[in-house]
Write a protein that binds this ligand. Structure first.
Ligand SMILES: NC(=O)C1=CN([C@@H]2O[C@H](COP(=O)(O)OP(=O)(O)OC[C@H]3O[C@@H](n4cnc5c(N)ncnc54)[C@H](OP(=O)(O)O)[C@@H]3O)[C@@H](O)[C@H]2O)C=CC1
Ligand SMILES: O=C(CO)COP(=O)(O)O
Length: 348
């Protein structure tokens, strides 16, 4: 069968699932989008628009939308998961047995606790006979839906699977790059959300351009330090799924994590900020998980520690900033990090 005849299923009818499904349907791929909410599915089928999560974008006439998860899987060869991390495992548990031999691509940017598990590791547990990949990169759903030129990364040790995903997703507006560092690509996507919250907060405080640049660059140093400690390839963090995604979410008010940070910086509580958003901001949970893991592993992460202190330990912004600025003065680029190339990637 030629790659163009692939059948695809997308699980999750939020902004990203809808965007990906629609992009592939526009490419001429046979796509079924599954979502759990009957009323939203009915509205989408009637009006050919996802008014709840992606208002203003018309859906391709060929895109099928259903709330029947087994019907959605049908004969699909590739299944994309765009379910928030908190619900990811429970959705897989409904269908794990049907995924043997299928390609399963996680697009979710979060971490499960306990276990500090990436979403692809949950796929391996719940659907052990599936072929697994992840998709990550600077991919604001609304911009992709609007046809903005965009690049993303598909990562898997299974090169043939990467080619399959490139074939169904790549288009005149979307370039899909391949990587073998699945762990690093996935970790990059999850970690940057925390720094997007910090950047949104800084923007709300009216900080200068030097400060914004310092934050993004030190965020990259901090996330790379952690990732290298965990066995990811540091070079991955210089790519689209690292610095690329960090830049877009730390600078764009379209990022939901940035929006939460901005609301916090304007003095709202965490509960108010999240409720006002009405969509998922994975960085809040990732912050909790990362703070705990960095302490267990003894990895120095002052930005994570500082944000955690503000959000969860009732410390003032002024106090945290004063501490960050008076810490020991260290080296700029930690070249030692680059001497250990991806233990997880090379299986060492
Ligand atoms: N939006 C973006 O720009 C991008 C998002 N991502 C990642 O994609 C993932 C999904 O995010 P996104 O689409 O943006 O989220 P949204 O907040 O836009 O939508 C969440 C979707 O998940 C559904 N959902 C929640 N819980 C369940 C459940 N238990 N079973 C079935 N469906 C459920 C919601 O359904 P309901 O309405 O019924 O609650 C809704 O359709 C996140 O990890 C995010 O980080 C990655 C790249 C870009
Ligand atoms: O991951 C994203 C862009 O790459 C989306 O970011 P937000 O979840 O912060 O909107």
């Amino acid at each position: 069968m030629s790659e163009q005849k692939q059948a695809v299923c997308v699980l999750g009818g939020g902004s990203f699932g809808t965007t990906l499904a629609n992009l592939m349907a526009t490419n001429g791929i046979s796509v079924t989008l599954w979502l759990r909410d009957e009323a939203v599915a009915r509205q989408m089928n009637e009006e050919r628009e996802n008014r709840r999560y992606l208002p203003g974008f018309k859906l391709d006439p060929s895109l099928r939308i259903t709330t029947g998860i087994q019907a959605a899987l049908g004969s699909a060869d590739i299944i994309f998961l765009a379910i928030p991390s908190g619900a990811f495992r429970s959705v897989l548990q409904q269908i794990g047995g049907s995924l043997a031999g299928k390609a399963v691509v996680s697009t979710t940017k979060g971490i499960e606790q306990p276990g500090f598990l990436m979403m692809s590791e949950i796929v391996e547990q719940e659907a052990p006979a599936a072929r697994v990949a992840v998709l990550s990169g600077p991919n604001l759903a609304k911009e992709m839906a609007a046809g903005a030129l965009t690049a993303t990364v598909v990562a898997s040790a299974d090169e043939q699977l990467c080619r399959k995903v490139q074939a169904v997703l790549g288009s005149r507006t979307l370039r899909v790059y391949a990587s073998q560092d699945r762990y690093g690509v996935e970790l990059g996507g999850a970690l940057k959300n925390v720094y997007a919250i910090i950047s949104g907060m800084a923007a709300a405080m009216g900080v200068g351009e030097n400060t914004k640049s310092m934050l993004i660059t030190r965020a990259l140093a901090e996330m790379t330090r952690f990732a290298v400690h965990m066995g990811a390839n540091p070079m991955t963090f210089l790519g689209l799924a690292g610095v690329g995604d960090l830049i877009v979410t730390c600078t764009s008010p379209m990022s939901r994590n940035y929006q939460v940070g901005h609301a916090l910086g304007k003095g709202q509580t965490l509960e108010e900020s999240v409720a006002q958003l009405g969509q998922v901001a994975e960085g809040v949970n990732t912050l909790r998980v990362l703070k705990q893991k960095s302490e267990e592993e003894g990895v120095y992460m002052p930005l994570v520690t500082g944000l955690h202190a503000i959000i969860f330990e009732q410390r003032t912004l002024e106090d945290v900033i004063a501490r960050l600025m008076s810490g020991e003065q260290k080296d700029d680029v930690e070249f030692a990090a680059f001497s250990q190339l991806g233990r997880r990637e090379t299986g060492q």
